[in-house]
Write a protein that binds this ligand. Structure first.
Ligand SMILES: Cc1cc2nc3c(=O)[nH]c(=O)nc-3n(C[C@H](O)[C@H](O)[C@H](O)COP(=O)(O)OP(=O)(O)OC[C@H]3O[C@@H](n4cnc5c(N)ncnc54)[C@H](O)[C@@H]3O)c2cc1C
Length: 164
């Protein structure tokens, strides 16, 4: 499958820049095919590791039902949204990952995903994390998203600023 190119090439972020944003941001919007064909964009925390995105979730709900029916999804992060009222614009930077998402099934994979998430949001607290994992293991799902295409874009004003 060919993913469509960005029309405004100058504003395109490199793959490394996109990955930096995935590494440092704390939440994004996971978009899935929801009930009755309505796109369902749900805000969620995540970790970017091993070239994939990992999420944790309740075991039931709209997003779980949606991904069990259709694996294709996208994940959007707004890294920067700096409003310049006088210019009627925003100095933005954002990333969109397109891919396929699934619920991890093996206990080993679930614990691995939870450890990656825990280490991102509360680094170094191995004992606390283990305790949290033990508490949640019976009622948590871990989702893994394979990235098929990554694109990033920034406002033209940010490019001009860098050039000066
Ligand atoms: C910054 C941020 C980080 C979050 N991190 C996580 C996370 O790591 N893991 C996690 O499981 N959840 C997280 N949440 C909560 C998440 O957005 C969902 O509410 C939650 O995952 C339940 O989703 P669901 O599809 O199972 O909900 P359901 O209760 O099944 O959804 C039913 C309906 O409720 C509404 N709804 C659900 N969630 C929201 C919402 N956030 N805002 C508005 N309407 C909503 C929608 O209309 C949806 O169709 C986070 C939310 C925010 C804002």
């Amino acid at each position: 499958m060919e993913f469509r190119p960005m029309r405004r090439k100058r504003q395109e972020l490199t793959n490394n820049e996109c990955e930096e944003i995935l590494l440092k941001s704390t939440a994004g919007v996971l978009s899935v095919l929801g009930d009755e064909g309505y796109p369902y964009g749900v805000p969620i925390s995540y970790v970017f590791a091993e070239g994939k995105l990992f999420f944790h979730s309740a075991v039931a709900g709209h997003k779980i039902d949606a991904i069990s029916k259709y694996e294709k999804c996208s994940f959007t992060i707004i890294e920067q949204d700096e409003i310049h009222p006088d210019e009627y614009t925003t100095y933005f930077r954002s990333v969109i990952a397109f891919g396929r998402i699934r619920k991890l099934e093996s206990m080993e994979d679930i614990i691995h995903g939870l450890k990656l998430l825990g280490e991102k949001y509360n680094p170094g607290d191995h004992l606390g994390l283990q305790h949290e994992i033990d508490k949640s293991l019976s009622h948590v799902a871990v989702l893994s998203m394979e990235i098929d295409h990554l694109s990033g874009k920034e406002a033209i004003e940010l490019i001009r600023k860098k050039a000066n």
